[in-house]
Design a protein around this ligand. Structure first.
Ligand SMILES: [Zn+2]
Length: 280
């Protein structure tokens, strides 16, 4: 989630432009490894049918507060194509008191919850005390390890501290950097430690050469694709509302970037999602 944290904590972006058309179906079905279905402006069934029409068969919907995490678990219980991740977002780390974290851990025990996240550090918005963010990040890492579930990390302008804390406390077996925002060197460090990198529409943005270099290099068995919908719509639709179907555009972009067939990226991203989040 990259949207600006608002005082009212309603992360729903203002929709000022029409949604892009549904892309033609991918030659091989894939997975959107990170979306916020609760922030989209259409019923879940409609979003999932539209995604399936583009060859996006399964979605991980991600909580960013206790309320949105509860919503994510319900959506995953109601829709076989959907699994959930639960956590309190770093921009709202001040809300993550002991009771809230205990409730997140309880939600996390659900079989439809396949990861703890998005958690991590965000030094871009400067809205939440970094010390509080770091403490809450460590608590979420503990929860992921206690539950033996993957960790989904939000890291914005905080690469060094994120890597240091993971090294300090020991990362869970499956650790995913959502919306990877580092460069080639950071990608090498992460993959070298066994972490997984999930690429969003930002890889298609002109002003993200470092992310593109990382996306061109990352071994396919450590690469995931995501939308972070409704945010970060891939080119050529940047600025318009995002949704899981549009991960097909990012898959096609990554295939061109890497000089391979779209099937290769779609298939390996789906296989890597199964390895990280389990079968669903
Ligand atoms: Zn997100």
């Amino acid at each position: 989630m990259s949207g600006e944290p608002s005082a009212g904590r309603d992360y729903r972006p203002a929709v000022t432009q029409p949604p892009p058309p549904t892309p033609p179906a991918l030659a091989f079905p894939t997975v959107d490894a990170h979306a916020h279905l609760d922030l989209l402006d259409a019923p879940v069934e409609e979003i999932l049918a539209d995604a399936a029409a583009a060859g996006v068969e399964r979605v991980v919907t991600v909580g960013y507060s206790l309320a949105s995490s509860r919503w994510a678990v319900r959506a995953a219980e109601d829709h076989p194509q959907v699994v959930a991740a639960v956590a309190v977002h770093p921009n709202d780390a001040m809300d993550a008191d002991d009771d809230t974290l205990a409730a997140i851990a309880a939600l996390g025990a659900s079989p439809r919850v396949r990861a703890i996240g998005e958690t991590g550090l965000d030094y871009y918005w400067k809205r939440t005390d970094p010390e509080v963010q770091r403490a809450v990040f460590r608590r979420h890492i503990d929860i992921a390890k206690q539950l033996h579930k993957p960790l989904v990390i939000h890291d914005r302008d905080a690469h060094e501290d994120v890597l240091r804390i993971l090294e300090d406390v020991g990362a869970p077996e499956f650790t995913v950097f959502h919306c990877f925002s580092g460069d080639l060197e950071m990608a090498r460090t992460c993959v070298g430690r066994g972490y997984f990198l999930s690429f969003s529409g930002t890889a298609t943005f002109k002003n993200a050469p470092g992310v593109r270099e990382a996306a061109a290099w990352t071994p396919l068995d450590h690469l995931l694709v995501e939308t972070d919908a409704p945010f970060l719509t891939p080119m050529p639709f940047r600025g318009r509302p995002n949704r899981p179907a549009l991960v097909a555009l990012t898959v096609r972009f990554l295939a061109r970037l890497r000089g391979v067939e779209e099937e290769a990226v779609a298939e390996s991203a789906a296989a890597t999602a199964r390895r990280v989040f389990g079968e669903w």
